[in-house]
Write a protein of this length. Structure first.
Length: 137
């Protein structure tokens, strides 16, 4: 878990390490609900740990951020090979859910937050880079 120095005071960039799994087409699609739950909880825990480390390393950036203010949140998955783009949001869902209460107040469509998904092939550093940028209302 690493937190990068914000490029500007209002931009936060974090990296949550780990190997993503495809929920819709992969082994998790056939897994028992408890296996999927353990997988989701692992990612939520990793994300919260990364958020905590980022807050300790860059307190000013976190202090100036209000959960209700609209933000653009970009998730960039570092994967072993490119996925179908419709599989990406499902794999990143527990990471997105972990942001609620810490970075955003809700992930509902009417929350004012914009979520973007991207992927890059990076076999050496697997995980998800989260870039949080405030959006003018």
């Amino acid at each position: 878990m690493t937190a990068s120095a914000p490029r500007r005071r209002d931009v936060i960039e974090l990296f949550v390490p780990g190997k993503l799994q495809q929920v819709a087409n992969g082994s998790l699609s056939r897994a028992h609900w408890s296996t999927r739950s353990r997988w989701a909880n692992k990612w939520k825990h990793l994300t919260m740990s990364t958020l905590t480390a980022g807050a300790l390393m860059y307190p000013e950036a976190y202090r100036s951020m209000r959960v209700e203010e609209p933000k653009r949140i970009r998730f960039t998955a570092h994967v072993g090979r490119l996925w179908d783009d419709d599989n990406l949001p499902g794999a990143i869902k527990p990471i997105r859910d972990a942001l609620i209460g810490y970075v955003i107040h809700s992930d509902a469509p009417d929350s004012g937050h914009r979520f973007e998904y991207a992927q890059v092939v990076n076999r050496k550093e697997r995980g998800v880079r989260i870039t949080i940028t405030p959006v003018a209302p």
